[in-house]
Design a protein around this ligand. Structure first.
Ligand code: SAM
Length: 354
């Protein structure tokens, strides 16, 4: 197993990760114990969502090349790697360095699996660097992992008091930077557009009032502001923090921009007959995926009153399932996270290359 690191936007460089370097050296007992402790701490408890449905959707060819764009704890990656022959290849990407460490560990038994520290929006660059033209299948399991949510220090969860961070890549602007520096209008826009929160203006107004007194630096502070901004009734129905936390997380990580770019890179990197499977967890992601897939499946775009087609456009892909696949009762009982999951799969057609 190899682990590569590819910088997000600048010059591409490749380094062996600390894990494989340490493996080659003899290590002291103390270092070994520290590593074991770290490994346990890092253990991702993430249960792969719609696991069997994803494997079926990808229609894995044992000798094929597969990409997991969101390696996380390596759950889906492990299932893909287990289905490959020695000639097959798996490349698993994640932008989170903690996920890279976990996936590297999880996939260490596979000689044909590589873990790459990269944003999936850089997929084409990663493949070019590896001199790979096209692949047989790509999986994207969007959003945050259970690990990211449960690890308080990452600041994703409104259930845990922690610094307001939410950066998947641990780089760039944090949630606290956004909350403390963006204008009231911009905060209201983010909370409304990315959280679909109808009390967005009130919440943004109260953030600005609070930060005039002291900076908003923790998840609890933000959660209190949100709770005090929504009417009693809304507080009772659902956790009122969910939408605003989602909105700020999307803004911090530029999630929709990366998804839009990543989908294009992924679909154009498929061989004819190759498949792209995407799991979404909220309506904004799902709408984007649904519309992009529909665009690729569209043939003629001539006005309806034209007697015959003059555009000559052929569909570039075919939907594998008309409707998105959702978790069945059994999975819902086992894994609450699967509740909002929707899986869509598209197959690239031969015409796309013509
Ligand atoms: C839901 S988890 C994936 C879990 C994984 N499928 C598993 O079975 O363990 C989503 C992962 O995607 C990563 N991620 C989100 N956006 C990303 C992006 N634009 N590029 C690369 N990784 C991303 C997150 O850091 C997180 O680890």
């Amino acid at each position: 197993m190899t682990c590569w690191q590819i910088s997000s936007f600048d010059k591409i460089y490749i380094v062996r990760c600390a894990y494989s370097q340490a493996r080659e050296k003899s290590v002291s007992l103390e270092a070994l114990q520290a590593r074991k402790k770290e490994k346990r701490r890092m253990e991702f408890t993430h249960i792969p969502v719609l696991a069997e449905e994803c494997m079926e959707g990808l229609n894995i060819r044992p000798d094929g090349i597969y990409i997991d764009g969101t390696a996380g704890g390596g759950g889906h990656s492990y299932l893909i790697a287990s289905r490959l022959s020695n000639k097959g290849r798996l490349i698993s990407l994640d932008r989170d360095p903690d996920a890279i460490a976990a996936a590297t560990e999880r996939l260490s038994e596979f000689g044909n699996a590589q873990v790459v520290h990269s944003n999936y929006s850089q997929l084409r660059r990663v493949l070019d660097e590896m001199e790979i033209d096209a692949v047989d299948g790509i999986l994207m399991d969007l959003g945050v992992s259970s690990y990211q949510l449960d690890e308080g220090s990452r600041g994703f969860s409104y259930h845990l008091d922690a610094p307001l961070d939410m950066r998947m890549s641990k780089e760039g602007m944090s949630a606290a930077d956004i909350v403390n520096t963006y204008s009231e209008q911009e905060l209201a826009r983010i909370i409304f557009e990315y959280g679909e929160e109808k009390f967005s203006r009130r919440i943004a107004g109260n953030i600005v009032k609070e930060r005039a007194v002291r900076p908003v630096e923790t998840t609890s502070q933000l959660a209190d502001i949100i709770r005090n901004s929504v009417p009693q009734k809304a507080r009772r129905e659902k956790n009122p923090c969910k939408k605003t936390f989602q909105a700020i997380r999307i803004a911090v990580n530029g999630e929709l921009e990366h998804l839009s770019h990543g989908l294009d890179d992924a679909f154009s990197s498929l061989k004819a007959g190759g498949r792209l499977a995407v799991i979404t967890f909220h309506s904004l992601e799902d709408r984007l995926v649904k519309q992009r897939f529909a665009g690729w499946c569209r043939g003629c775009i001539c006005p309806p009153d034209f007697p015959q087609c003059v555009c000559g456009r052929k569909p570039q892909g075919n939907l594998v399932n008309r409707k998105p696949i959702e978790a069945n009762e059994k999975e819902l009982e086992r894994n609450n996270r699967s509740r909002s999951a929707k899986l869509r799969v598209i197959e690239r057609s031969a015409e796309a290359d013509g």
